[in-house]
Design a protein around this ligand. Structure first.
Ligand SMILES: [Zn+2]
Length: 464
């Protein structure tokens, strides 16, 4: 597809058909990309006041919180520092008060149910609206702008493949074609498929590659091992990695195989797109859409160069709005207070900056496929678990090619029928020779690796 047609006609058109005003937001974000700190603060204050007022009007849960904190969302003196008066929002708060938090006829509605929590091992359901989706896509493309990439540029994603044979799957394939995008299945990584993925990338010559960090690293190592790396003229402008922490080894292998910079995109299903890396290596928060706080254990903002917990307030999400939500990641703020040189990064942007995010780590699950070995991103298992009714927490451990053990903490809604359906789905993904077991527990103790390791594979080939 012609790049201009894809980016200027089909992208805005398909977004409009889905009900998202993404193009308008994308233009706005590009215009505010180099705003001064004072303009950023003024805009965030106005949007925060709007979010608090809407939450007050439509959510009994937040109304109670505001009363308890003696906070009046209509107070004309309300500023960004007001946030500190509100308690943090835990996953359990969202789980236990979802109905009271949710505004079903919100802007961008009706609200649609959404599952998340895969990478923390604590599934969570909440509602999202089209405003948030449009804001996410606009911010994602603004961050790609920094790498001289535009909507319509050829893109290959190493991602969960569209389910073939279904109507949404077929629509997705058509839409991808119109937009110059295509998907390689990250849940099906064998020596054979990886060779075909490398060949595909070589022939399509995408301007950008996008995918799970661990899956791209697996493909990169396969290409390095077989001497199948890309030549200079075949390299994309950048390889965008997301969804999990990228290790230094992953990063250098990806760079060596594809001949392009590895660029981190930081986001989550709960909060959407949060930040993208600029060419100077800083992660710039999409301040127009979210307020990101980095807090110490006492709930105070951490100092320059320190690491703290990421807490997010959504400014463009209205269905189950999140105010001071504990995302569960750790981030490091820049050492020089972040607000010197008028708060600007060397790239010229004054948006909130993070140096590094330490978040989720997921292993690749490994299966035997006849005589060959197949790797699947852990999300292939997580997708099944996070949709299960009544599942509060889980951990998946793979100790051998023949075994997969799943520990779960669940309530009454996790009936024998639900458990049987989960087992069936996972067995289908793992193949017939694997013994999949589910064990119910009262609690799941954190491992030495911390709570983020909710899928652990001890099969050596996973890291090969
Ligand atoms: Zn920068």
């Amino acid at each position: 597809m012609n790049r201009w047609l894809a980016g200027q006609i089909f992208w805005p058109l398909t977004e409009r058909l889905i009900g998202r005003d993404t193009m308008r937001r994308y233009r706005q974000l590009r215009a505010s990309d180099h705003d001064a700190v004072s303009a950023i603060t003024a805009r965030q204050t106005a949007k925060l006041r709007r979010s608090l007022m809407l939450a007050d009007a439509h959510s009994p849960f937040y109304r109670r919180r505001f009363r308890a904190a003696a906070l009046d969302p209509r107070d004309p003196d309300l500023g960004l520092d007001t946030l500190a008066r509100l308690p943090l929002l835990n996953r359990a708060d969202v789980r236990d008060h979802l109905d009271e938090m949710t505004w079903r006829d919100c802007p961008g509605g009706p609200a649609r149910v959404y599952s998340t929590g895969g990478s923390t091992g604590e599934p969570l359901r909440f509602y999202i609206d089209r405003c948030r989706q449009a804001a996410d896509w606009a911010a994602r493309w603004r961050a790609r702008d920094w790498w001289n990439l535009r909507p319509g540029d050829r893109e290959i994603m190493l991602w969960a493949g569209p389910s073939s044979g279904t109507t949404p799957g077929r629509l997705r394939v058509w839409r991808d074609r119109l937009l110059n995008q295509s998907v390689l299945d990250a849940f099906d990584m064998t020596a054979e498929t990886m060779a075909s993925y490398a060949a595909r990338i070589r022939s399509v010559r995408p301007r950008l590659l996008y995918g799970y960090a661990s899956s791209l690293a697996l493909l990169a190592r396969h290409m390095l091992k077989t001497g199948d790396t890309l030549a200079d003229r075949q390299s994309p402008r950048a390889v965008f990695v997301t969804g999990e922490t990228v290790t230094p080894r992953d990063s250098s292998d990806i760079q060596a195989a594809f001949g392009a910079r590895v660029v981190i995109e930081y986001g989550s299903r709960d909060c959407g797109f949060l930040a993208g890396a600029c060419p100077a290596g800083r992660l710039h928060v999409a301040d127009e859409n979210v307020i990101v706080e980095v807090l110490d254990p006492a709930g105070r903002p951490v100092g320059p160069g320190e690491v703290g917990e990421v807490v997010v307030t959504c400014l463009e999400a209205f269905a189950s709005t999140l105010i001071r939500y504990r995302l569960g990641d750790l981030a490091q703020v820049p050492p020089e207070a972040g607000r010197q040189l008028d708060g600007r990064c060397v790239c010229g942007r004054a948006s909130r900056q993070l140096l590094e995010v330490r978040g989720r780590l997921t292993d690749q699950i490994v299966c035997r496929d006849g005589d060959s070995i197949r790797h699947m991103h852990a999300l292939s298992i997580i997708y099944v678990l996070r949709e299960a009714e009544g599942l509060r927490q889980f951990r998946v451990v793979q100790d051998s090619l023949r075994d997969l053990d799943i520990e779960v903490v669940a309530d009454d809604r996790f009936t024998p029928a639900v458990q049987a359906a989960v087992l069936r789905d996972i067995r289908q993904r793992m193949g017939p020779d694997v013994a999949v077991r589910i064990t119910r527990r009262d609690r799941i103790a954190p491992t030495a690796a911390g709570k983020h390791a909710c899928v652990i594979s001890n099969v050596e080939m996973c890291r090969a």
